[in-house]
Design a protein around this ligand. Structure first.
Ligand code: ADE
Length: 353
């Protein structure tokens, strides 16, 4: 059995078993870039509704390039890793400046936010040019196939795989090959030693399978230690509206709208720390505990104690563009992170048990 035979068998099997995903029905490089950026670190089932809505709002490079930050972040709200959509907008602007999207893999890599995986995915899927898109899934498939037990994040492994696979891509089949590899990694060649080798078209030539090493390849990744945060947050209500402020700290939640809150780790009393913070904003009210919300992002695990208070009359931050009293109907149009949505859901449940 040779690699060429195995790849052909994989390509033959692919259309019958592949999931009918919307980004597989298009060759539009814009739509494909949007899908690949959304799929970075995010599961397919989560991406699906966002993808359709995002393309409805921003159907092409030009509409994305001129989008307002709030509308842009609102369309991404809940997907997390908001840096991705800011980069996507910068990429759209760069494409317009260039007068079109580059087809060459190296030129694609020069677009903001486009790394080696995304460049190869767009180059192969949209332009049907030979390029090997290596992410966690496709790396698992190929390191098992070739029996490579080194850490697949090492550049030498990527180079090695690219040297082996690129020349074997059948002419005109680069797009199908990328999709087929992604599909195998997502549905058949599963991690943690649980691959369904019986269903795998690459099984005849797979080294890891032949040597009984699918559990060892790829080696387990070293986990970064989880950072535990304690936060205290206030849901402040005035006339049926809730107070949200624009996050101005540089970082992943920059420009998203959140309830006022404080880092409560350095204090003995999260409630007191929150009350002091609110007073510094000219907001004084009695706070009642509502409960706790837990939220995990990447390597952070956040416990958030939630308090509610009522505000009557005017407050100093009225009219400040970085603060807003938001009605439930207006919430959907604002970029609000998932943690804040959970907090507002808890408050809604407590007020309508
Ligand atoms: N994950 C990353 N890219 C993907 C794609 N094109 N289809 C399905 N899952 C993916």
């Amino acid at each position: 059995m040779s690699l060429d035979d195995d790849l052909l068998r994989m390509l033959e099997a692919h259309p019958a078993t592949a999931r009918a995903l919307p980004w597989r029905q298009t060759r539009d490089p814009y739509a494909i870039l949007v899908s690949e950026v959304m799929l970075q670190q995010t599961r397919v089932d989560k991406v699906l509704p966002y993808y359709q809505r995002f393309l409805g709002l921003f159907p092409d490079w030009a509409s994305l390039a001129r989008a307002e930050t709030d509308a842009l972040l609102a369309a991404w709200s809940g997907l997390g890793y908001y840096r991705r959509v800011r980069n996507l907008q910068s990429a759209a602007r760069a494409v317009l400046e260039l007068g079109g999207v580059p087809q060459d893999e190296d030129d694609l890599r020069r677009l903001p936010g486009v790394g080696p995986y995304t460049a190869a995915a767009v180059c192969s899927i949209a332009f049907n040019r030979p390029a090997l898109a290596l992410d966690g899934n496709t790396l698992r498939v190929l390191t098992r196939y070739f029996g490579l037990s080194d850490d697949p994040s090492r550049p030498s492994v990527r180079r090695d795989l690219t040297l082996r696979v690129l020349p074997a891509i059948p002419p005109g089949r680069a797009a199908d090959l990328t999709q087929a590899l992604i599909e195998l990694g997502a549905t058949v060649c599963l991690p943690q030693g649980a691959p369904d080798c019986e269903a795998c078209p690459l099984a005849p030539g797979c080294q890891a399978r032949a040597e009984g090493r699918t559990r060892q390849i790829p080696p387990p990744r070293k986990r970064r230690r989880t950072e535990r945060l304690l936060w205290a947050t206030a849901v402040l209500v005035r006339g049926g509206r809730v107070l949200l402020g624009r996050n101005q700290r540089e970082g992943i939640l920059e420009d998203l709208w959140e309830c006022p809150g404080v880092d409560a780790r350095p204090t003995r009393s999260p409630l007191q720390a929150l009350q002091d913070h609110l007073e510094s904003l000219g907001l004084s009210t009695r706070l009642h505990p509502l409960g706790e919300v837990r939220h995990a992002i990447t390597f952070r695990s956040i416990r958030c104690q939630v308090f509610q208070g009522r505000i009557e009359g005017d407050v100093p931050l009225d009219g400040n563009p970085d603060w807003a009293w938001v009605s439930p109907e207006e919430l959907g149009a604002r970029p609000v992170p998932s943690s804040t949505r959970k907090i507002l859901e808890l408050a809604a449940q407590k007020s309508n048990p």
